[in-house]
Design a protein around this ligand. Structure first.
Ligand SMILES: [Zn+2]
Length: 399
């Protein structure tokens, strides 16, 4: 008997200022409720399509060989994107059995004109904000709304399953930063809370967030496709550098190919940030005034800790680019300069395992920036000298 994920019902109701959306999902003999609460600058209802839950669970369906079934329609464009491109290529490259989608097609056009991107106040989202608010882009491409989702990103570096209390605490803390940023710069903000991370852990077992976040982000946007025409996804890596199709590594190394395939007849999912590397993005935002007092790169919550890999790489890049002083409200610069030699050594030591540290290491080499030797340099040198002495002694004995 084939395995099926069935979208059994889609319900929504307004409760005060919050729209609650509940997808009932049938898997084998069990039913699960995938819930979203949409608040902030949202108006009206969502369209009752199965696009969103299908993309939400596509990763697990592919890995576990589940087909999808729904009496609710799927957007025609998304259907063909998935069944003619995404699914065949992912299956072929990962030696998986093809899966099928059984749902009526719809090419209905909604009138939504909103253009959105996620806002975490990190480097990628600030770069996207600058790109589509200050550059000369057509009106239809200008950002109109910022979005903030709880879909598993608030792990704080904790391994999955993340305790719900921790996830909720980080979500609330970061939301305060995001809200104050949107208030100051008058950006409409839509907040989407969800149980998808907890639910997915129950249904499929735990996943690291990087394995699933692109599916979940796009799925939330597809839920709101009756209002949004475009969604800019801030990219993590530059262009096709290190292009990877291993499904277990998530989509961040192939997002220039995969993300547009989550587009529907109404919503275009667009990778943002052009072809910029992380250092180029840091440079790009360093003359973007809204970032100065609000840049938040840390996993830790509402305040940059200054010592985690994300904080280190951002401070070092800004320091080398000559812009760190502008960020003295969001980083403790005295603490940074005290620990700087240790941070630089971390970059040298971890350059082979951390792509962003590798990028900084190469930038330093190309720009004549002096870096310390690796931590094991002295130990290695000691053993090399000892070995040399030993070999020389042996050579003398033989003579
Ligand atoms: Zn940090």
């Amino acid at each position: 008997m084939s395995k099926v994920i069935e979208i059994k019902s889609i319900n929504q109701h307004q409760k005060n200022d919050v729209l609650e959306v509940v997808y009932e999902i049938g898997v084998n003999d069990s039913s699960f409720l995938l819930e979203y609460q949409i608040s902030g600058s949202w108006e009206g209802e969502i369209a009752a399509y199965c696009d969103s839950p299908i993309v939400s669970f596509l990763y697990d369906a592919l890995l576990n060989g589940y087909d999808f079934k729904s009496e609710y329609p799927i957007s025609e464009k998304l259907y063909y994107n998935l069944t003619k491109h995404f699914i065949p290529h992912m299956c072929a490259m990962n030696h998986l059995q093809p899966i099928h989608i059984d749902a009526p097609l719809s090419n209905k056009k909604f009138t939504g004109k909103w253009v959105g991107t996620g806002i975490s106040c990190g480097v990628d989202s600030m770069a996207t904000l600058k790109e589509y608010t200050t550059e000369d882009v057509a009106d239809d491409y200008k950002l109109t709304h910022l979005l903030y989702f709880k879909i598993g990103a608030h792990h704080g570096g904790h391994a999955q399953p993340v305790p719900e209390e921790l996830e909720n605490r980080i979500f609330r803390d970061e939301l305060q930063v995001v809200k104050s940023f949107c208030k100051k710069y008058s950006y409409p903000l839509i907040i989407v809370d969800s149980n998808i991370n907890t639910l997915s852990n129950q249904m499929w077992g735990t996943h690291d967030f990087f394995e699933v976040f692109e599916y979940r982000n796009s799925a939330v946007m597809l839920m709101m496709q009756n209002h949004f025409s475009k969604y800019y996804h801030a990219t993590g890596y530059a262009t096709f550098m290190g292009f990877v199709m291993d499904i277990h590594k998530g989509l961040e190394h192939n997002e220039w190919w995969s993300l547009p395939l989550f587009s529907s007849d109404n919503l275009a999912v667009i990778p943002a940030n052009m072809a910029m590397t992380r250092i180029e993005k840091t440079k790009y935002i360093s003359d973007f005034e809204p970032s100065y007092n609000h840049l938040m790169v840390c996993w830790n919550g509402k305040k940059n800790c200054g010592v985690c890999p994300k904080c280190i790489r951002t401070q070092v890049a800004l320091d080398w680019l000559g812009g760190l002083q502008k960020y003295n409200k969001v980083f403790d610069l005295e603490k940074y300069y005290q620990g700087k030699s240790y941070y630089l050594r971390q970059i040298v030591d971890q350059r082979k395992t951390d792509q962003f540290y590798c990028e900084l290491y190469e930038y330093a080499s190309e720009n004549g920036i002096k870096l310390p030797p690796p931590s094991n340099f002295f130990r290695d040198t000691f053993y090399k000298l000892k070995s040399l002495c030993y070999r020389m002694t042996l050579g003398q004995l033989r003579r």
